[in-house]
Design a protein around this ligand. Structure first.
Ligand SMILES: [Ca+2]
Ligand SMILES: [Ca+2]
Ligand SMILES: [Ca+2]
Length: 304
């Protein structure tokens, strides 16, 4: 008889933005601070007003830029204004949205039903759902049933054969891993989309409030050997970003802990760059039945 568990994950996304505040000081930096630009007080503000007047004034500047291998200099009116902005959205796989995929191209996927899917939704296309699944994420730009078109997939486009291939919506912050079984690895995806005008790039980190556990504090054990396998009780995740510098989420199924761990990074300005985590879980054969849950937080941090 198959034992059953259900699991609920709440995903919390946080957007952290650190803004550099212009300083009236020489431009300089050390290992723990950087002053990107300075200004010279020339008297007068560019806006001033009272109940009876409004004045917009400005000192005459020479506009220009110069640089060498070791320095860069920009001068002129508000030459140093650089407002770092970022947009970060996180969405979890919606189990109830599953439809079968029958074929795909670089930007389309043909499904058995487009009901419930809308333009603007994020989707995950799963090839051979299970422990070794290959997934791609995209955002729907048009739907002409039975074909869903996305703006772009993470990779070259899904390679599917219509057998055990599925499409899910990525929507909201509650992630239901469904009814687990000790005889198979269950999977689910958390995806995110970052647009960041940050020249040095950004990282996304994950942390948990506690292990994936039931009301009696019995946990499904964190994976420790790099692979979540069925039957022995293991839980972990792997990132679609294959170039991580400070964690193993890029190369192995990795335990989620209460410490911040890097799950994505970029080193340049980003427009709608996307990554996702594939959560993998299989309870032990003797695992206590019940509801196992935790809260994981995905945190964006710009690099300055
Ligand atoms: Ca398949
Ligand atoms: Ca853990
Ligand atoms: Ca293992």
């Amino acid at each position: 008889m198959q034992r059953r568990w259900s699991l609920i994950l709440a995903v919390v996304s946080l957007l952290l933005l650190a803004l550099n505040v212009p300083q009236v000081l020489a431009v300089m930096s050390s290992t723990n601070y950087s002053i990107g630009w300075d200004s010279v007080g020339v008297g007068g503000s560019d806006t001033s007003s009272s109940a009876t007047y409004k004045l917009r004034d400005n000192f005459g500047f020479v506009q220009g830029a110069s640089s060498s291998a070791s320095y860069q200099f920009n001068s002129g009116y508000r030459a140093g204004v650089y407002d770092r902005v970022a947009d970060f959205s996180v969405n979890s796989q919606l189990r109830s949205s599953a439809v079968a995929a029958t074929s795909a191209t670089a930007t389309t996927v043909t499904v058995t039903s487009t009901s419930g899917f809308s333009v603007g939704d994020y989707i995950a296309v799963i090839q051979d759902e299970g422990s070794g699944q290959i997934s791609e994420m995209g955002k729907i730009t048009s739907i002409a049933s039975p074909i869903i078109t996305v703006d772009a997939f993470n990779g070259a486009g899904p390679s599917i054969d219509g057998s055990n291939d599925l499409v899910y919506r990525l929507s909201g912050s509650a992630l239901d891993l469904g009814t687990l079984t000790a005889s198979a690895v269950s999977t689910s995806i958390i995806g995110w989309d970052v647009t960041a005008d940050i020249a040095q790039g950004y990282s996304v980190y994950i942390m948990e409030d506690h292990d994936l556990r039931n009301a009696d504090n019995i946990a499904i054990t964190d994976v420790a050997d790099g692979t979540v396998s069925a039957g022995i009780g293991e839980y972990g995740a792997k990132s679609s970003d294959t170039t991580l510098a400070s964690s193993t989420f890029d190369t192995a199924d990795t335990a989620i802990t209460s410490s911040l761990q890097q799950v994505a990074s970029r080193s340049d300005n980003s427009f709608s760059t996307r990554d996702f985590l594939t959560l993998k879980v299989a309870p032990a054969t003797a695992q206590a039945s019940g509801t196992y849950s935790q809260t994981v937080s995905l945190i964006y941090v710009g690099d300055y």
